[in-house]
Design a protein around this ligand. Sequence first.
Ligand SMILES: [Zn+2]
Length: 339
Amino acid sequence: MSDTTAGLVCGHHHLYSALARGMPAPAVTPRTFVEILEAIWWRLDVALDLEMIRWSAMLGALEALESGTTAIVDHHESPGCIEGSLSAIADACTEVGVRSLCCYGVTDRHGPDGAALGLAENARFLGEGGRGMVGLHAAFTVSDATIESAAELARRHGVGVHVHVAEGAVDSAAPERLGRFADDSWLIVHGVHLEYPMAGTLVHNPRSNMNNSVGYARPGSWPGRVVLGTDGIGADMLDEFRLAYVRAREHDVTATPDLAWGWLQAGSQLVPESLSDTVRWSYDAVDKPWCSAFTTGIRAIDVRVGGDLVLSDGRPTRVDPSEIRAKAAEQAKRLFARL
Ligand SMILES: [Zn+2]
């Protein structure tokens, strides 16, 4: 029994969505997964500029740190401001004191030129030594040529592809189109409507899947590694673990918290350095899944990343949280005015 764990890892985040809270509601209420993408996320991402990207990442990284999450695997999209976006995100994470693994989610929604710019940003970032993967939005928004280019780029850099797969039924053809390129280095995000598994790590995002009403991913039946992600709804991984547990339980009343705890812990395999990070929590049995699954509101007290104390008594040591929240609120106002 201990009040200390290694740093937690968010296996799938969208730091750009940190400014989305409170955005003006769409004129017509979206009724399907694709309508949610069209009316909310694809309106928002195209309006982002570099300043908004920077402050959304600062806010998202701050919230991760305050939740004891020391590494973020981010999936970014900003079709109106692609070049340099991954560096802005990685720099913001470094400034706050959390680790990041960035990628740009390439899509053909803005034509082949848009896809080429997205591929180029992944190539630029990785080529300059950035820590990351190659991103694809999802099979249903990219051409076969783009899938092949992304897989080839990832191979060249010795990294995997980070891609949404079968989140909604609209993307159920994904395994057929992606499967022949995928290997164990790939991050298969959601996998709700997969009829058969693929190579790669499944990232289970229970809160987001419920929020988008896409269904249960049944991560317990995935043959390979499973990790947890938030899909952009913060980075409180203990909370996501609790939710993953009750979601599994809703499906099968014999499921135990050890299952979801295993998914939470497996996140460290994506960012192995996180194992050397330490988080001291407000609860002395945080490492006991049967205890932490039923204890809400556990807070990170002290966090060390790479030996440096980056959160002390619940306060970040490198940045001013009030300033970040104020700057992010200013950028959110600018963003909403553009929508
Ligand atoms: Zn996502």
